[in-house]
Design a protein around this ligand. Structure first.
Ligand code: IMP
Ligand code: MG
Length: 174
């Protein structure tokens, strides 16, 4: 764990809560009359998923998928599946939920991997997005906040596995 890490608050709890509720309301409206499989991308999305599903008023089931693509604050580019779904998504409406989309390599990989399983629909929600860093081929359907390329922690986001438990999002000062 880094000694004397400097970080400054970016989004506080009230701001996050309001935005997540807005996304939940939009998703509820967009999928009216349908059911939804929410797939959280481990580990970072676990807190966003927990809050988001409680803001969605639809029949929702929750799954997780595990990938690993990062070491420290730099992308390694290579994505690896570390944990798979426990349910079949064939013919289902799937909402893939990420903590943050940086280069987009992770989400591109996951979209390809899930599309071959034949879902009825597949959309992506990400709590945060760094548009300046994007290199991906797919688009994001629901975005919480757009941020600059700086590294952030908290609300599920880690720095070498720590700080996920911060209730707010903070920017790391290198
Ligand atoms: P991508 O494949 O480059 O889009 O990276 C996505 C993954 O990298 C996310 O799921 C995060 O786990 C991690 N990541 C990217 N940027 C940050 C950040 O600023 N803080 C913490 N994790 C990040
Ligand atoms: Mg991570």
């Amino acid at each position: 764990m880094t000694k004397e890490l400097k970080y400054v608050p970016l989004f506080d709890q009230a701001k996050i809560k309001k935005r997540v509720e807005e996304l939940g309301a939009k998703i509820t409206k967009d999928y009216a009359g349908e059911s939804l499989v929410v797939i959280g991308v481990l580990k970072g999305a676990f807190i966003f998923v927990a809050d988001l599903v409680r803001s969605i008023d639809l029949p929702v089931s929750v799954e997780f998928i595990g990938v690993s693509s990062y070491s420290g604050t730099k992308s390694t580019g290579a994505v690896r599946l570390t944990y798979d779904l426990t349910a079949d998504i064939k013919g289902k409406n799937v909402l893939l939920v990420e903590d943050i989309i940086d280069t987009g390599h992770t989400i591109d990989y996951l979209i390809e991997a899930l599309n071959v399983r034949g879902p009825k629909s597949l959309k992506v929600a990400s709590f945060l997005s760094k548009p300046e860093a994007h290199q991906m081929h797919h688009s994001i359907d629901y975005i919480g906040f757009e941020i600059s390329k700086e590294f952030v922690i908290g609300y599920g986001l880690d720095l070498d596995q720590y700080y996920r438990n911060l209730a707010y999002v903070a920017q790391v000062k290198q």
